[in-house]
Design a protein around this ligand. Sequence first.
Ligand code: NI
Length: 166
Amino acid sequence: MALRTIVTGKDPILRKTSRPVEVFDQKLWTLLDDMAETMYKNEGVGLAAVQVGILKRVVTVNVGEGLIELVNPEIIESQGSQEDSEGCLSFPDEYGIVERPAKVVVRAMDRNGNVREITGTGLLARAFCHEIDHLDGIVFKDKVKEMLTPEELRPRRKRFFERRGE
Ligand code: NI
């Protein structure tokens, strides 16, 4: 496994549409392994392949409930809404309030091409939506209702880490 470099907000690649994965080979598995390592090292809860410069529909997520790998993910159902603070590893130190569905069902393939459906609520639903947006060139700042100052963010971050038990 190897750490990959995360592209930042000014890089135009973040605006491009990622291509579906058609080949489930060692190259894909290495990408997934590297993405997970890069996500953990940078203390993120999600990462899309475009953020390491690869225009493939590949996502890793871990909101504290274990690693989820999504290949060619699609949101097939969404319900309700939630508002909370959100950030992105490509926009360090920028956070804002984003409205997302309260619950989503995602259909995706695993690293071997097997299709499955995963239901996410709360932070997991938020992470799925945020990362799947990246695959279509959409970043959270496109949807932000209000950017947060570091002073406004701090109590929210504290609550988040308390919920995660850290
Ligand atoms: Ni992001």
